[in-house]
Design a protein around this ligand. Structure first.
Ligand code: SF4
Length: 376
């Protein structure tokens, strides 16, 4: 059976964070039931396509999936299991926020086979949490991890953010140390991206807050790499760190360009070399619009995606696999560019793999662009 991953989007949140431009909608409790009916109908529409697939990983993300009644999550998984065979060791993640968890919700998810919990902690500094518009207090992060463990979860991720306006290196170190002290096996550390149209973008534009300089951002990233490495976390992707055996298999599917089916508002899919998505707008999704922006990928698209995604990972780009897939050596036509990037300390070429160095990861987009332009 061909493996497939499932992404299921739950687009509801308690309130909107200042930096967020995801498809997430606060104060829509009245739409929850309608949303799940639409989601289940969409799942059912894939019945024949799912029949011969094995679900290797599933990720219920948001939004804040732990905000809605756990019965909705349980029912969604039960319906998915009725349509497709889940691998016995399938990784099933639910995303949640501290402050929206209860022992009952966690127990229900665990009983339904959820075996990984990803928590949006972001910071252990109360002032920064407030400026981000997060609804939880720092103390609730540890409480959430404790509740998750009590419910039987061992595979727990904490999402953290750096490069925040006003954030000092001391605050960032304290957040990293607090996350490490909780002993979770996975930590994601994301640099703040200021998205147009968000309250955070307006604050930056008005000069009310200032973003750190690039050098300070890189220093925070290097601090995360070093501090987490000392604590036993391997950096397996630009923003992701795991203790041995705890890399997120679902996210590796994205970076390795495996197949995944996205269900729900704003969910994206890659199935049989076709990318497509559902509308971001809740009303549009609820009115039945599906599969917009469908794009059949050309070989050039697939090459670009492979390079862009593989160079995010510590494993790097497998140049032998590239030759087998695309019929020509990766190096051909890029010899000079590869030498220049290697001399500059941005890449390493070893055992048939191209890997970005620590320095290369700081400027991953520029390195990828240079490798792509080498052929044009
Ligand atoms: S909890 Fe996450 S999805 Fe919800 S508003 Fe905040 S950042 Fe956006």
């Amino acid at each position: 059976m061909l493996p497939l991953s499932l992404y299921i989007h739950i687009p509801f949140c308690a309130s909107k964070c200042a930096y967020c431009d995801f498809a997430s909608f606060p104060n829509r409790e009245g739409e929850w039931a309608r949303y799940f009916e639409a989601l289940w109908a969409e799942l059912e529409s894939w019945r024949s396509a799912l029949r011969d697939r094995e679900i290797a990983t599933a990720f219920i993300g948001g939004g804040t999936p732990t905000l809605v009644p756990a019965a909705n999550i349980v029912e969604t998984l039960a319906r998915a299991r009725a349509l497709a065979r889940f691998a016995p060791d399938a990784e099933i993640t639910v995303e949640g926020n501290p402050g929206t968890l209860t022992a009952e919700k966690l127990a229900a998810c665990r009983a339904a086979g959820v075996n990984r919990l990803s928590l949006g902690a972001q910071s252990f500094d109360g002032g920064l949490l407030k400026s981000l518009g997060r609804v939880h207090a720092a103390a609730q992060i540890g409480e959430a991890v404790g509740m998750a463990r009590d419910a039987g979860f061992t595979n727990i991720n904490l999402d953290l953010m750096y490069a925040l306006p006003g954030q000092t290196m001391a605050q960032w170190r304290a957040t990293l140390d607090a996350a490490i002290a909780l002993g979770v096996p996975h930590i994601s550390a994301y640099s703040l991206i200021v998205e147009d149209g968000t309250p955070m973008a307006a604050r930056v534009a008005s000069g009310a807050v200032a973003l750190p300089e690039d050098e300070a951002v890189n220093a925070m990233q290097r601090e995360a790499v070093a501090r987490l490495a000392r604590a036993g976390y391997e950096r397996y992707e630009i923003s992701n760190y795991a203790k041995p055996g705890y890399a997120c298999r679902h996210n590796l599917v994205y970076w390795n360009r495996g197949e995944y089916l996205g269900l729900g508002c704003a969910a994206h899919s890659l199935v049989r070399d076709e990318r497509f998505s559902n509308p971001d707008a809740l009303e549009e999704y609820l009115s039945g619009v599906r599969r917009i922006d469908a794009q059949r990928l050309t070989q050039a698209d697939a090459m670009e995606e492979t390079l862009m995604l593989a160079t995010r990972t510590a494993r790097g780009l497998d140049m032998n696999a590239w030759r087998e897939t695309f019929g020509a050596p990766f190096e051909r036509g890029r010899e000079g560019t590869l030498k220049g990037l290697e001399r500059g300390g941005f890449i390493e070429l070893e055992d048939g793999f191209l890997r970005l160095t620590l320095r290369g990861m700081e400027v991953q987009n520029a390195v990828v662009l240079e490798l792509l332009e080498a052929l044009t």
